[in-house]
Design a protein around this ligand. Structure first.
Ligand code: NDP
Length: 329
């Protein structure tokens, strides 16, 4: 084990701004938590993009090691639950916000944050899925629990060419749903067709204020956008349908009315990945394990070096990344 290693840390740049810096660290710099892990792979999610570029204030204390996702190997464990050599994954649980994160060769973590690496995925594949893909799993599981009928009207996926959207599209198509993809990037239509989307809606069609109730088009939806997009999706959802909402790529507002809910029994299912309890996490990973086609997964991501992290974060924020990225730590 080397004495020093590199971490990508968010530091105070003054004037309420932050800066991301490659920093040399030692094991003594890590928090005093029971499990020491060696991180092999991570990824860049939307929240990581916000944290690293400084476009969003994610870290609640500074300095903070960024990175909300890791695939890792246990090096030392003060609990019986995990032993040296165990392969594990960690998604969320406040990493990069209140807890030191994954963009570091070594990290100390709590055992209750760890899941064994799901059988059937390599560490690289688990990070190709990462929080974005696991959140797609939570959203699709929420729609399945709601009882959405595969024979019913098509399911809409917003931000389809992004991380959550790509995995949601592939999962829903594999489960037998007809998937309509919303994207602002027509050049991704071929990619989305390969994932299983059979129809497309231009992102701009949903981005303006619409009527409270619109013609019924969707049996349900996975929404990563929020804002007018979500309000319009709800207004276009068929009687008795459900929308799993997890994101705010358009914005945090919800400029709609109660009409779809009280006149069409449309359900708005909120989905959080960060503090989701372990049974929900296991169900989502189980769904991904059973239903995510590995060949398709391999078309959804590219692998990058650790030093590319700042650039990848900028590109994600500029909507220049298709699907997912894996980072070799
Ligand atoms: P990505 O950046 O990979 O994808 C976001 C996609 O949203 C883009 O690719 C784009 O898709 C679309 N988009 C961008 N801007 C707009 C806009 N103004 N209006 C509508 N759509 C837009 O991010 P992720 O997939 O990683 O995350 C998506 C969202 O989900 C984020 O808001 C993120 O914070 C949230 N999230 C929430 C989680 C939770 O626990 N609740 C967990 C994970 C993510 P296209 O180019 O196809 O139009």
């Amino acid at each position: 084990m080397s004495d020093t290693f590199t971490a990508l840390r968010i530091t105070d740049a003054g004037d309420r701004k932050t800066r991301a810096e490659m920093t040399e660290m030692t094991l003594a710099d890590l928090p005093d938590l029971p499990v020491l892990v060696e991180v092999s792979h991570s990824t860049v999610n939307y929240k990581d993009g916000l944290a690293v570029t400084g476009k969003g204030r994610i870290a609640r204390r500074l300095p903070m090691t960024a990175g909300i996702d890791m695939a890792a190997t246990v090096v030392e464990s003060a609990t019986e639950e995990f032993a040296p050599g165990d392969k594990v994954i960690l998604n969320g649980w406040g990493l990069s916000e209140t807890e030191q994160g994954a963009y570091s060769k070594f990290q100390r973590v709590k055992p209750e944050w760890l899941l064994p690496l799901p059988e059937g995925f390599s560490p690289e594949q688990a990070m190709a899925i990462g929080t974005a893909g696991y959140t797609a799993g939570l959203c699709v599981q929420a729609l399945l629990d709601w009882g959405l009928d595969p024979q019913g009207a098509p399911i809409l996926v917003t931000g389809a060419a992004g991380g959550v959207g790509s995995v949601a599209t592939a999962l829903l198509a594999r489960l037998g749903y007809s998937v309509t993809a919303v994207t602002g990037r027509p050049e991704t239509h071929d990619y989305l067709s390969k994932l299983g989307a059979t129809d497309f809606v231009d992102r701009a069609e949903l981005s303006e204020q619409g009527k409270p109730l619109q013609p019924e088009r969707w049996g349900g939806a996975v929404d990563v956008a929020g804002g007018h997009t979500l309000a319009n999706v709800l207004a276009q959802t068929c009687y008795g349908g459900a929308v799993a909402a997890c994101g705010l790529a358009e914005g945090p507002s919800l400029p709609g009315t109660v009409m779809p809910h009280i006149l069409r029994s449309v359900a708005l299912l909120g989905v959080d990945s960060v503090m989701a309890p372990k049974p929900k996490r296991k169900a989502a990973w189980d769904l991904l394990n059973k239903k995510l086609d590995r060949d398709l997964l391999s078309t959804m991501y590219a692998v990058h070096g650790f030093d590319e992290l700042p650039d990848l974060a900028e590109k994600l924020m500029a909507n220049q990344i298709q699907g997912r990225v894996v980072v070799n730590v």
